[in-house]
Design a protein. Structure first.
Length: 240
């Protein structure tokens, strides 16, 4: 799964990086090296046949939720959707059909499992070797409570990990190549088989590098560039 990630660009920089038509946001979200579930995040979605920058709360809200308290409580359980079953799961299938998005990220974190080559729970920071933004496939929805409150929410789509990433964890985000952005964001594209094929990318780990980082990232309050500084495995470290 992907449970934490970093976004260290402001709204204007993301608009430029992804060649977007504009933004719905009045100001940038705070720079964040340790984004956690339910945080407000950037999403790139389609509007009037153009790509725009918007925001949503991380963790998609199922359409059947009624109360804001229940909706908020459910979000941390729906931050990731598996690519293999997203079109079937009640929580995700409507958004997958109608409202897909890209989630821009500077990098993301993963924790080693006991099945890999590294000490269990060792955090790694994964980013592109060129420093360019990652374009993660996602879904989003606009949910309205019984009282009329509207909340936009989103989820990251994951797949089986490949290559060196599979030595750390069994899952990784689905990355969407630029030449597929238009098809992915097209709200009129409702053929499920075609949309599923858009997520099938050869060498989805191409250009990615993973480095071990301090356990500082385990605590959400630790939020700064120090969370992505590489460490030597076995090096003594502290959470504070």
């Amino acid at each position: 799964m992907c449970g934490r990630y970093a976004q260290t660009l402001g709204a204007e920089e993301i608009v430029e990086s992804f060649d977007l038509a504009g933004s719905t946001l009045d100001q940038s979200l705070p720079l964040n090296w340790n984004i956690a579930p339910t945080n407000e995040i950037y999403i790139i979605r389609s509007e009037a046949n153009s790509r725009i920058l918007d925001s949503a709360s991380w963790g998609i809200i199922a359409p059947w939720q009624k109360k804001v308290s229940d909706a908020r409580a459910s979000q941390s359980h729906a931050i990731n959707a598996r690519s293999e079953s997203i079109h079937e799961k009640p929580t995700f299938r409507h958004a997958f059909r109608t409202s897909r998005c890209l989630i821009p990220a500077t990098g993301y974190y993963e924790w080693a499992t006991s099945l890999g080559n590294f000490p269990p729970k060792q955090p790694f920071y994964i980013s592109h070797k060129s420093g360019k933004q990652l374009s993660i496939a996602g879904i989003w929805s606009s949910w309205q409570s019984e009282s009329g409150q509207v909340i936009q929410s989103a989820a990251i789509i994951t797949q089986e990990a490949v290559g060196e990433l599979a030595t750390i964890h069994s899952r990784m985000p689905v990355f969407m190549p630029e030449d597929r952005w238009q098809g992915w964001l097209d709200t009129e594209a409702r053929d499920i088989n075609r949309v599923l094929k858009l997520m099938q990318v050869e060498q989805p780990d191409e250009g990615l590098v993973a480095v071990p980082v301090s356990a500082r990232v385990n605590i959400v309050a630790n939020n700064g560039p120090e969370t992505i500084i590489p460490i030597e495995l076995g090096e003594p470290e502290t959470l504070f």
